[in-house]
Design a protein around this ligand. Structure first.
Ligand SMILES: [Zn+2]
Length: 173
């Protein structure tokens, strides 16, 4: 046992929309940007998968292809950025970050980055969202968990649609 949220899975279960072979995906709450999802390697036995080994990455090609396709079809962003950072949570997982034309354009105008610099853009999206959420939470006087419980019902509308597309829950129980 460990305290890894991706191994435990219960806290994100209501937002899981894809579960096939060794991978599952869920929407983040609150999202940094609309449609943000995380694709996580399932726990193998009792061990938390923390390295980008061949064994831990088995089947990731199929999982990324399917999950990004589902997100693209449902949310219709310009593209989806894929990053595996594993800073705070060492468990092997990928951030799937929709790229929205208007958000990107606004940042490019502001930062004078005409093209490229998408890693810097990801940092900007994270920082902007964290700042906005902190302000909103402070205004409401809510903890992070209270705030998350408040936004989860909004995210779940999308979860239902995504589950239908991925046939979540219809293959195995
Ligand atoms: Zn883990």
């Amino acid at each position: 046992m460990n305290d890894c949220v991706f191994c435990e899975r219960t806290p994100v279960e209501s937002r899981v929309f894809y579960d096939q072979d060794s991978w599952y995906a869920f929407l983040t709450a609150p999202p940094y940007t609309k449609g943000q999802a995380i694709l996580a390697r399932k726990k193998s036995g009792t061990r938390c998968p923390t390295t980008l080994s061949l064994q831990n990455l088995k089947g990731v090609d199929v999982a990324i292809a399917r999950v990004t396709q589902i997100l693209l079809t449902h949310f219709r962003p310009k593209d989806i950025l894929v990053a595996s950072l594993r800073g705070r949570d060492p468990h092997v997982h990928f951030h799937l970050m929709p790229l929205w034309e208007e958000e990107e354009r606004e940042w490019r105008n502001h930062s004078l980055r005409q093209k490229g610099y998408l890693m810097e853009y990801l940092g900007h999206v994270e920082h902007t969202a964290e700042t906005r959420l902190e302000i909103e939470r402070a205004k409401l006087g809510w903890s992070e968990d209270e705030y998350r419980n408040h936004v989860i019902p909004q995210v779940e509308v999308d979860v239902h649609a995504l589950r239908a597309m991925s046939c979540y829950g219809s293959e195995s129980s």
